[in-house]
Design a protein around this ligand. Structure first.
Ligand SMILES: *Cc1c(COP(=O)(O)O)cnc(C)c1O
Length: 369
């Protein structure tokens, strides 16, 4: 059994990282020295472009301090002018967060609200694009971590080939775990963060952006620290230097996590592992009598929402504590309309971990006894 405080995080970030990734942080770096900027930051930026399958002549990777939301906010407030209008596709807490950012920034926006249990359809998106020619940008979450639903990125990208809007994708919980060809899909801004499928520790987000779009962000940002254009120019002109204090230890951990990803066999191999984790989890939970919130066809290989047992004695808190005592931390539900809990399967998590978790779940169904 794991020690108190040493449990497996079955959550979609922060997640369980390897010992190697944690040990990479046992060094201090100078933020002005070449060893760090050229040797680590620039290498990371280049590797991110490779993972996104883009060319460095057309795209650039900009790193941004803070959690993933800071990077999303940085894109929205650096890319969208007051006379622009953004179409926001919302089917969960993270889509709603984009809408909230737009509201706070007083951006002109239109929200397609799908509820939390279904994907947006292409005809409903197209209808809005046809009706409202003021729309200049489209934002969608790829994997909506709220439920684990995977949104139709390829189909949206195809639709957008015809409408040519600026496409902003929150791929926070999918980039690194699901192959995404950013160039082929013509994504203008793809946003993700250090502590999800790349399997680093929290501390910064990153944006893979089309350079022609970045150029246009000059002087648009409403805030100093989240100015994506200035951050990009600083990193370009000073060989990887961040404008303000960089999260050096997190960056070292991330560099190590990227090496691990490569050694695992890249994104496709990681995707395979996540998929088998998720399938094993769902099959095992169903055997124990649990039901998934969503149909299998809608699922990402990242996180799964399960309906709460309907037994009068069931309480999430007690179930959670029993699992935690056995070394596993799961995630409460974030879905407002349905009573559920969630189990993530990304991070340093392997089939034997899922098997051990299922065993722990079996021993934690106190309401069945
Ligand atoms: C994790 C996540 C975010 C960012 O959340 P933070 O708590 O700011 O890191 C944004 N979108 C999605 C889809 C996520 O999974």
């Amino acid at each position: 059994m794991r020690q108190e405080n040493d449990y497996l995080l079955l959550t979609p970030g922060p997640l369980t990282t390897s010992r190697r990734v944690k040990e990479a942080m046992l060094r201090d770096s100078c933020t002005w020295d070449d060893d760090y900027n050229l040797g680590v930051v620039q290498v990371i930026r280049q590797q991110l472009l490779e993972l996104a399958q883009v060319n460095q002549d057309d795209y650039s990777a900009v790193l941004m301090q803070g959690s993933g939301t800071f990077a999303v906010e940085s894109v929205l407030q650096s890319a969208i002018r007051q006379d622009h209008k953004i179409l926001i596709i919302n089917n969960g807490a993270y889509g709603a967060r984009i809408a909230e950012i737009a509201r706070r920034l007083a951006l002109s926006h239109h929200i397609i609200d799908c509820g939390e249990m279904r994907q947006p359809t292409i005809p409903e998106i197209e209808q809005i694009l046809q009706q409202d020619s003021a729309i200049t940008h489209i934002a969608m979450v790829h994997c909506e971590t709220t439920t684990g639903i995977l949104n139709p990125l390829e189909a949206l990208a195809q639709l957008n080939q015809r409408y040519q809007k600026t496409l902003i994708i929150d791929a926070m919980s999918s980039f690194g775990g699901i192959p995404i060809n950013v160039a082929e899909l013509n994504i203008d801004f793809l946003i993700s963060s250090a502590n999800k499928c790349i399997q680093g520790v929290p501390g910064f987000g990153f944006v893979i952006a089309r350079k022609t779009e970045l150029e246009q962000c000059r002087d648009r940002a409403r805030s100093l620290s989240l100015d994506l254009y200035q951050q990009w120019r600083c990193m370009e002109e000073n060989h990887g230097k961040w404008r303000f204090t960089s999260p050096t230890h997190t960056v070292l951990a991330f560099a190590e996590a990227l090496k691990e990803l490569q050694q695992e066999g890249g994104i496709s191999a990681r995707n395979q592992r996540y998929r088998s984790n998720q399938q094993q989890l769902v099959a095992g939970m169903r055997q124990l009598g649990f039901a998934t919130l969503l149909d299998d066809a809608l699922h990402s290989p990242v996180i799964t929402a399960f309906r709460s047992p309907q037994h009068v004695d069931y309480q999430f808190k007690r179930f959670y504590q029993l699992l935690k005592q056995q070394g596993f931390v799961i995630y409460p539900g974030k879905v407002s309309q349905s009573d559920c809990f969630r189990i993530g399967n990304i991070g340093e998590v392997y089939p034997q971990d899922i098997a051990a978790l299922l065993d722990a779940v079996k021993h934690s169904c106190y309401w069945n006894i």
